[in-house]
Design a protein around this ligand. Structure first.
Ligand code: DX5
Length: 219
C-alpha cells in the first residue's frame, strides 16, 4: 500500500496547526517535519517547539527529518517533543550506527536518508537496524524543486538490495513528488511518498491534492 506523507515545509507557517489538522481530516496518517539548521542545508526552518505544538494538535505519526549537522546533539529533545520517527542524514553523523541505536533504544523509529549525490553503499552497514530508508529526489533544503529523475535507478537498486537481504523495511522518497512522478517512484519500489508543494498550494484544497496523488498510484 502506498502512503502519502505531507511535508509541512510547504504549508502556510502562519496557519501550521490548522493545516496539520486539515491534512489529518483528509486522511493522512503521518506528516514529515523538515528541520533545517542553515548549516547542513542552506535554509533554516523550525525546531522542537513546532514538533511539540503539533503533537498536542494531531494524532498522526510525526516524522522528523533532521537536516542538521550532528543530529545526535538533539535526539532526546525531539523525542521528548513527541517525534515518532527520527530520520537522519548519513552525511551528518560521524557515528551513524550509534546514533541510530540511540534512536531505537529510545523506543521510536529510526530512518536513514541521504542526499542525491550520496551512494547507497554508505548506508549498507545500517540497513539491518533502521525502520525506513528515505531517498532524496531533490537536493535538500527547499520545497517546490524539480524531481531528480536520475534517482529512480537508486530507488530500484535499494529495493533489490533490501530484497536480497530479506529486509521488509519501507522505502520513502522525498522531493518533487506529484501526480506525474508518484507512479514512477512506486514502480521503482517506494511505498512512502513525502509530498510538500503538491499538497500545500494555492491551486487546490489539501484534500483534493491528496486525493489526486492517491488516484495517481491507484490502478
Ligand atoms: C526538502 C524537504 C522535502 C520537501 C519536499 O529538503 O526534505 O520534504 O519539503 O517538498 P516538495 O514536495 O515540494 O518537493
Amino acid at each position: 500500500m502506498v502512503i502519502f506523507e505531507p511535508s509541512i515545509l510547504s504549508a502556510d507557517f502562519a496557519r501550521l496547526g490548522e493545516q496539520a489538522q486539515e491534512v489529518e481530516v483528509a486522511g493522512a496518517k503521518a506528516i514529515q517535519i523538515d528541520v533545517m539548521d542553515g548549516v547542513f542545508v542552506p535554509n533554516i526552518t523550525f525546531g522542537t517547539g513546532v514538533v511539540k505544538a503539533l503533537r498536542s494538535l494531531v494524532r498522526m505519526q510525526l516524522d522528523v527529518h533532521l537536516m542538521i549537522v550532528e543530529p545526535e546533539r538533539y535526539l532526546q529533545q525531539f523525542i521528548d517533543a513527541g517525534a515518532d520517527r527520527l530520520i537522519i542524514h548519513q552525511e551528518a553523523s560521524t557515528h551513524l550506527f550509534r546514533t541510530l541505536q540511540i534512536i531505537k533504544n529510545a523506543g521510536i523509529e529510526a530512518g536513514i536518508t541521504m542526499n542525491p549525490g550520496t551512494s547507497l553503499s554508505t548506508i549498507e552497514e545500517v540497513l539491518e537496524i533502521v525502520d525506513l530508508v528515505q531517498i532524496m529526489t531533490v537536493n535538500p533544503g527547499f520545497g517546490g524543486q524539480a524531481f531528480l529523475y536520475n534517482q529512480l535507478k537508486k530507488i530500484r537498486r535499494l529495493k533489490q538490495k533490501l530484497d536480497q537481504l530479506g529486509l521488509q523495511i519501507p522505502i520513502a522518497v522525498d522531493g518533487g513528488i506529484d501526480v506525474h512522478t508518484a507512479p514512477l517512484v512506486v514502480d521503482a519500489g517506494a511505498t512512502v511518498l513525502i509530498a510538500g508543494s503538491s499538497i500545500f498550494n494555492q491551486q487546490k484544497l489539501i484534500a483534493e491534492n491528496l486525493k489526486a496523488l492517491q488516484d495517481s498510484v491507484n490502478h
